[in-house]
Write a protein that binds this ligand. Sequence first.
Ligand SMILES: Cc1ncc(COP(=O)(O)OP(=O)(O)O)c(N)n1
Ligand SMILES: Cc1nc(C(=O)O)sc1CCOP(=O)(O)O
Ligand SMILES: [Mg+2]
Length: 565
Amino acid sequence: MTPAKHISQVAPKPIVWTIAGSDSGGGAGIQADLATIKDLGGHGCSVITTLTAQSSVAVDLVEPVSDAMLLTQLSTLLADLPPQAIKIGLLANQQQLHLVADWLAGFKTQFPLVPVILDPVMVASCGDELGDKSTASRPLDFTPFKGLISLITPNVQELARLTVAKDIQASPLHTKAAFAAAAMQLSVQLACSVLAKGGDIDFAAQASTGINTTDILSDHKSGITSHRIATDNQRLAEDLLICHQVTGCSPLDANGGFWLSSARINTRHNHGSGCTLSSAIASVLAFGFVLQDAVVVAKAYVNQGLTYAEGIGKGPGPLARTAWPHSLTAFPHVTAYSQNSLSESSDLQCCAFKRLDPDLGIYPVVDNLLLLEQLLAAGVRTVQLRIKSNALKSNALASDELEAQIQTAIALGKHYDAQLFINDHWQLAIKHGAFGVHLGQEDLAVTDLNAIHAAGLALGISSHGYFELLRAHQHAPSYIALGHIFPTTTKQMPSAPQGLCKLTHYVELLKAHYPLVAIGGIGPSNLAQVKATGVRNIAVVRAITETIDPVMALAELTRAWESSL
Ligand SMILES: Cc1ncc(COP(=O)(O)OP(=O)(O)O)c(N)n1
Ligand SMILES: Cc1nc(C(=O)O)sc1CCOP(=O)(O)O
Ligand SMILES: [Mg+2]
């Protein structure tokens, strides 16, 4: 594996707190959390709730710290090292839980935006209970955390204990439907997102009930994308993410549900995998990624850790520490979860889209034929016609006129032998034989990608973060756009600008697989910084359209891009 570059090399080191128990064996708890936070480039601070005399095979003694010690750790840290994210793990008893929840309520009034991840740890991987004696007879009630946490990460046993609805409690959570119902229930109960970890369940065994466990294997380099049902040798580990009012992402995903599937990694060295996952999510959030992005990066980190884990001691060993994940194969496959549908993968096409030269040239995005023709005549090689349908609604353009413009644009593109992409209007692009179509994430759900593929058109897909770029990758497009890098006034964006640090990571992950295009707020003043991230193409609107001489502007951008290192 190539050594991965820490995000901390390109971004300031965020402070991440872990409020959790000590595992004297070093594989889980505070010890796993601090190792994870450091490995992902953060600075870890610890608030110890409980001491455990623990090895890889047994938990011999559990001793909560005093209330005074718990509260003083919190106040001492807050005075000097306020967190960018908090992970909460083992709480020894209900009294401790109340103390932490009350403290958190006060903290949140001061720092409402700091994300808090709760890993409701109850049982060690060796099977021993981790709470004090009071919790063995009565499971903890996490209701005091309602409205205070961003995400809870139960495994299947914890999910069953935490969901109070009688019908859910009565049935074991061994089917996808029951598991999903419990996760949704918990999301409502605690008013937070839920990552329900299905690693301990074999949903594939439920395939006979008609539930589709289709896996997608996509290799864009060889141009092959294939789908197959998981067999015994290729079992899937499937987690369900239920989002609750997530901000900073596409509104379509803010309350979405997603299955995250990875090939099951055959190892018994998984001690501390839950602690590692939750502290990794907190660490990635601390760098300013949105929740869905943090979850898929943390999943990839755990997958890598399991893959390279080695035994230490007689029992299950800890996960390997493999730094920020930069390999697409470590990332999960994302499928939308729909309550109304048992089959979640019906929209997949079978092959990769048309392959392009990774260097597209400066890629202008324009909204009129006059400018399009000027740029084509000036020798532009890749260009997009982006006529938004709100231009239609305001009656600026009737639909037959839109079709005529698209038809003319396509003819011009052919005449000048350019790669002309039509934004949004994929049916017209197919009808008139365009070179390609550009689609956003919202468009994907309402587009017949099979039809675009069958017509032989190239496909470009927008993305705004890890989660969206995985979704784009699963369609094996001709290029992936990464936006918006800097603030833009051309379009209202639901997400924050990605910035150069995140762009560097996306490029590292995808550059061997796709032509990549950075977009959003790019122009002469920042183009060299963008090029330094390793991205090979930029798409621009205002840097061309808002100049007095667009042809000259294109020539200047091209010269500056080619001469930048
Ligand atoms: C090259 C390129 N990248 C991104 C976009 C944006 O596409 P989309 O998200 O569909 O948004 P609209 O352009 O339709 O508003 C793009 N057009 N081109
Ligand atoms: C159309 C568009 N899509 C974006 C994305 O991030 O998906 S940003 C963007 C507008 C880019 O315009 P300018 O170069 O004027 O900032
Ligand atoms: Mg669009």
